[in-house]
Write a protein that binds this ligand. Structure first.
Ligand SMILES: Nc1ncnc2c1ncn2[C@@H]1O[C@H](COP(=O)(O)OP(=O)(O)OP(=O)(O)O)[C@@H](O)[C@H]1O
Ligand SMILES: [Mg+2]
Length: 448
């Protein structure tokens, strides 16, 4: 199997041929007659290792190495040195060359060096990949909070991560459904595999089907090329189906079949594809209610919830509030360059008294906006968004719209202020649909 490619760079045609013949049984071989040609090939092909002469006209081996060092990615270079160039070879090693062999080349020794160098390269790349992954995901990949319900969720997540079981995550908006999905994926045996997310409510029915399952060229107008769907892209990894309650009936059937047989066809195609994918789905709707209404298939529901995780709303685990608040304060003061060190008892009391319909996301946004607003180094009641502190007026209400309406209007206006007019964010925090939000903004002519 020739899975790796070697580029041989030498101005001497004989050397190129000899080396090619010696290596072509085990590797894919490319050849270049000089540095310029070599760089061109590196740009076009997937090269794993470069075997180069040191002493070449126009661009020397050292100059080529310098150029390669500037490229992104790992390209180990092994030099071939003539009699008088050992000193240069040592210099090349100091500049990052992987190794060198002297002429006349002992082919057996060269092959050993190549194997060792390629192994090293794999290790180096895996190391870079892992470090990047840890850096990217670590701070976000942990639940804050040690309440009983939170601990249960975490334990369950780690337990189910080890298996390949299909998981259904239920919970209100902002309770951490996506977060727990990431925790499951990155703690699973396929953590290095793809992690593909699809929001089922974000596409029209026809588009969603081809997003998920792909389509063949010519399957519909506009299908100019064959396209892989997310199931295929997630092969040997995890597919996260968010807002599964929004899945149209026709696609529910296809998903059910996938869960039963692990197979599907692309839109407009007849070939059956098989992929190895773990499905995690999430919803903030009550699926049993949707089943009663007949919009969600019962058989699909049972296939999806082989393991079921219920994310607890914040109001049921208020003992986590303090830890969450403190960690968000520290996160956002660093992010916004503010020196905030603590929160007053009075402000914490307000946070405790509030109901948090938007859960952790709402709390996070609330703390962020407070951190941005406050002067000094302590979070005070004054810096906290007003709707949290909304008190029912004791005096006779002078507004014509009625108390509930007034509370609603104030909450919406404050949220819009806090999100700097970001309506998608505001709707999430308020726990209402975007369309409803637009209607209310219109109704009360609110400022965005
Ligand atoms: N226990 C927790 N500890 C730390 N951060 C959390 C926790 N729960 C949620 N978050 C954070 O809150 C935000 C919202 O979480 P997430 O997106 O996972 O919620 P969700 O349930 O998917 O919401 P929605 O239903 O609106 O999609 C994210 O930034 C997430 O990192
Ligand atoms: Mg989500």
């Amino acid at each position: 199997m020739k899975s790796q490619a070697i580029l041989i760079v030498d101005d001497d045609k004989m050397t190129r041929q000899t080396l090619s013949m010696a290596l072509e049984d085990d590797y894919e071989i490319f050849t270049a007659d000089g540095g310029i040609n070599a760089l061109q090939i590196i740009g076009e092909e997937k090269i794993d290792l470069i075997l180069s002469d040191l002493d070449m006209p126009i661009m020397s081996g050292i100059e080529l190495l310098e150029k390669i060092n500037d490229l992104e990615g790992t390209y180990p270079v092994i030099f071939i040195t003539g009699q008088g160039t050992i000193e240069t070879a040592v210099k090349a090693m100091k500049m990052g060359a992987s190794d060198y062999v002297s002429k006349p080349v002992n082919l057996e020794r060269l092959e050993l060096i190549i194997v060792k160098t390629l192994e090293n390269k794999d290790l180096k790349e895996e190391n870079i990949f892992l470090k990047k992954k840890i850096r990217e995901s670590y701070p976000e990949l942990k639940f804050i909070g040690t309440s009983e319900p939170m601990k249960k969720c975490e334990e369950l997540a780690l337990q189910v991560a080890a298996s390949k079981a299909t998981v259904l995550i239920e919970g209100e908006s902002g309770t951490g459904k996506e977060l727990i999905t990431s925790i499951i994926h990155y703690n699973s045996p396929v953590a290095h595999g793809p992690f593909v997310k699809v929001n089922c409510s974000a596409f029209a029915e026809g588009v969603l089907e081809s997003e998920l399952f792909g389509h063949e060229k010519g399957a519909f107008t506009g299908a100019v090329a064959t396209k892989k769907g997310r199931f295929e892209l997630a092969d040997k990894g995890t597919l996260f189906l968010d807002e599964i309650g929004e899945l149209p009936a026709s696609i529910q059937v296809k998903l059910l079949r996938f869960l039963q047989e692990r197979t599907f066809e692309r839109v407009g195609g007849s070939k059956t594809h098989h992929v190895d994918v773990r499905i995690i789905s999430a919803t903030n709707k009550d699926l049993s209610q949707l089943m009663k209404e007949g919009t969600f298939r019962e058989d699909l529901y049972y296939r999806l919830r082989v393991v079921q995780i219920q994310m607890p709303p914040l109001r049921e685990r208020k003992e986590d509030l303090e830890e969450l608040v403190n960690s968000f304060i520290s996160k956002f003061s660093t992010m916004h360059g503010k020196p905030i060190t603590r929160i007053t008892d009075e402000a914490m009391e307000l946070i405790r008294a509030y109901n948090w319909p938007g859960n952790v996301r709402e709390l996070m946004n609330c703390i962020e906006s407070s951190v941005v607003m406050v002067h000094g180094d302590v979070l005070t009641v004054e810096s906290i968004p007003e709707y949290l502190t909304y008190k029912i007026p004791e005096v006779e209400l002078n507004s014509k719209e009625g108390l509930l309406n007034e509370i609603e209007r104030t909450a919406i206006q404050d949220t819009l202020n806090n999100t700097q007019g970001d309506k998608v964010k505001a709707a999430k925090i308020l726990g209402i649909g975007l369309r409803t939000l637009y209607r209310k903004i219109d109704k009360w002519s609110l400022e965005e």
